[in-house]
Design a protein. Sequence first.
Length: 251
Amino acid sequence: MNRRSFIAYTGVLSSTVLIGQTEEFNETTSRIRASSVVFSLLDKLNAVQDRVGYVQFNLISFDQMLKEAAYCNKPLTPSEIGYIETIFYGNPKRYGFYGERTVPTLTAVTNKSNICYINKSGHSLLKGAAMEKYTTIKKLMGDDVILTSGIRAPVKQLHLFVKKMVCEGGDLRLASTSIAPPGFTYHSIGDFDIGKAGFGQYNFTEKFQETDVFKKLYDHGYITIRYTTNNPYGVRYEPWHIKVTGGNETA
Ligand SMILES: [Zn+2]
């Protein structure tokens, strides 16, 4: 960590009145250590994704990922596995994420017979409520609407989370405001993301709610947004995220 980002980081910490000097040092030290782990993890997960392909990587189990990483001559170290277990099984409230756990075990395996691939999207959906909702949306909107993210097993969510952590300099707090940690995403149990065809990365910005796709679906009451403004999860507002499964949020 360079001096500038160190100062920026301690600046954030000093505004957190509950953290004392010693804890501040320890948290900084552990963050430096976490940064090197997330960089190497990202490299290894990227290699596995390249090897198995984007579509399969959405569904790959933890044990299969370990095997594939070894095939790539990038086996995970015990400290990397330990770090993943800490993120997966630890309480995310400690860094400000209040979502519910959705997957109980890191080694959970997705049953492929419960999955339906959505043509040309690169993503799959769970059969049942998720597929029904997506089919209803497609009937209403036709080719204007696309699936931008579907079912994500814990490894896929880990990859997204680690990517975000690298962008945020190893800061769990910042990473978890836009990506749920693995084990805590509703994408693992049915939720999915939609976008407007041709809208590209704007589908993942607040501009999406200005589109005809969003307005029409919202007006017809076909979508219930999981992450509303000021939602209780500590997650940013996501108008593209479609709720399928239950949950005890107040929205
Ligand atoms: Zn989503």
